[in-house]
Design a protein around this ligand. Structure first.
Ligand code: BES
Ligand code: MN
Ligand code: ZN
Length: 495
């Protein structure tokens, strides 16, 4: 998939000879106004740019794109005014506003060869990320690729030399998000446990990670009852992938775990047909942690990061596990399966126990785990559970990166509803109340004492079933790669 080339320029934006020049607009207290960076462009229009844009109906609201031919007023052929939305009380705009506007502009520029942007004078990293993420398109399965994304983007800055590292890091993070999106968007007939494991292993090898792949035989020998149970209904057997990065003088050991259900039919507790195709995204947590450990290596974080990634396809068949089965998980706990559609927690239990054997300081697990997450927090806000302090820390970064997330409790009283008449625990409660929290409580049973951990339920945020917005295309979003990257960077800085 082609990626726009991003370069830095010190040039005055009026003199850059490109097809399109992007400037920011805001919804100020008196209506439309120009964002910082557009000053000389406005002068080139004799100070009349705001009036002109108003005539064209511009308001400065987020996701608004208004194009006008420049007819020689500036060197660029077309001016693209993109809305940042309402500024804060002090007149400033946030990184996320810049990222979204840059993304909206990049989407509006698909098919354009050369562009430049002044959004980078507000926040260069956000402008770069927004451009790279907004220009993303997954066209591998199209016979006619169409317009193709934006070709080249020059970002205006007063200090290109001083901003080179910032650009490099922002680009690496955006690359990781794009990798996660590619994996999630790949359809389930091509991305199944063995092929997913092979792609994850290859990504790991490219950056020198230690790679371990357990196939069905190794899983049986190891006693991974959760992964084998869930994966048993499919003709395509399950896998457990481990990717290990060890940075120099690691400051902490971080375990990452992600749900890798390559397709979730529900199994014998079959899902209804409408929208079942969206369950191609049920491995988004796995994709995010694979991309994140690769990113940690690329950015040479002084950390030890190990991703433990269970992969299975949840299918109904003569060999499928049943409601009523009891599974013996890795580590020996037994689970009564009352609903085969609550499969994610079963493969995750095995993976969490395995990850905790390494005695990590922190464990971040992420999964498209419950429809209840979408009911309680909507499509764009992840539910974050875990040990109190670390949960809040992860939620802070989910919000800071603009990915969105909110801390949620693990109410003790729900635990009794997971009691099993037969086994140590059941995989579902007998009711619908607090379904996201009950799933979190189930997972908590498998986390070793003393490990600070967070569970990020991304059932809604991982996959955009609506229209594109900001830098978020239809389909895979790459959430929560940027949250994980920000938490890792914070652990590097603060322990
Ligand atoms: N993969 C689904 C959760 C999901 C739902 C993800 C919607 C994305 C969008 C998960 O495996 C599932 O089926 N969960 C059940 C749990 C229930 C049986 C307790 C659910 O949420 O209905
Ligand atoms: Mn399910
Ligand atoms: Zn699932």
């Amino acid at each position: 998939m082609s990626v726009p080339t991003i370069t830095l320029t010190e040039s005055d934006p009026t003199g850059i000879a490109v097809d399109a020049l992007v400037v920011g607009t805001v919804q100020g207290p008196d209506g439309l106004a120009l964002a910082p960076g557009a000053e000389t462009v406005d002068s080139a229009f004799d100070g009349g740019l705001v009036d002109l844009l108003r005539l064209l109906g511009a308001s400065g609201k987020a996701d608004e794109v208004v194009k006008l031919p420049t007819r020689g007023a500036v060197a660029a052929k077309v001016l693209v005014a993109v809305g940042l939305g309402k500024p804060a009380a002090d007149g400033g705009v946030s990184s996320e506003q810049v990222r979204r506007a840059a993304g909206a502009a990049a989407r509006a520029l698909s098919g354009t060869a050369q562009a430049a942007s002044t959004l980078s004078t507000i926040d260069l990293a956000a402008a770069a990320q927004g451009t790279l993420l907004g220009a993303y398109a997954f066209t591998s399965y199209k016979s006619e690729p169409g317009d193709g994304p934006l070709g080249e983007m020059q970002l205006v800055t007063s200090d290109p030399a001083g901003q080179r590292d910032t650009l490099e890091e922002a680009t690496a993070v955006a690359e990781a998000v794009r990798t996660a999106r590619d994996l999630v968007n790949t359809p389930p007939n091509d991305l199944y446990p063995a092929s997913f494991a092979e792609r994850a292993a290859e990504l790991g090898r490219q950056v020198g990670l230690e790679v371990e792949v357990l196939d069905e035989t190794a899983l049986r020998e190891g006693g991974y009852g959760g992964i084998l149970g869930v994966g048993g209904g499919s003709s395509r057997p399950p896998r457990l992938v481990r990717l290990r990065y060890r940075g120099e003088n690691p400051k902490a050991k971080v375990a990452l775990v992600g749900k890798g259900i390559t397709f979730d039919t529900g199994g014998i507790s079959l899902k209804p047909a409408p929208n079942m195709d969206e369950m191609t995204s049920d491995m988004a947590g796995a994709a995010a942690v694979v991309a994140s450990v690769v990113l940690a290596a690329r950015l040479k974080y002084p950390l030890e990061v190990v991703a433990t990634v269970p992969m299975a396809e949840n299918m109904p068949s003569g060999t499928a596990y049943r409601p009523g089965d009891v599974l013996t998980m890795y580590g020996g706990k037994t689970v009564e399966v009352l609903n085969t559609d609550a499969e994610g927690r079963l493969i995750l239990a095995d993976a969490i126990v395995r990850a905790c054997e390494d005695q990590p300081d922190y464990l971040i697990e992420t999964s498209t785990l419950t429809g209840a997450q979408v009911v309680s927090l909507g499509k764009r806000t992840a539910g974050i559970m875990g040990s109190d302090e670390f949960r809040d820390r992860v939620a802070t970064f989910a919000q800071a990166t603009g990915e969105g997330g909110w801390p949620m409790p693990l109410p003790e009283e729900l635990r009794a509803d997971l009691d099993s008449k037969l086994a140590d625990i059941a995989n579902v409660t007998g009711h619908r109340w607090g379904g996201m929290l009950a799933a979190g409580l189930f997972l908590s049973e498998f986390v070793a004492d003393g490990v600070q951990w967070a569970h990020i339920d991304i059932a809604g945020p991982a996959f955009n079933t609506g229209s594109p917005w900001g830098y978020t295309p239809k389909g895979a979003t790459g959430v929560p790669v940027r949250t994980i990257a920000a938490v890792l960077a914070d652990i590097v800085a603060n322990g």
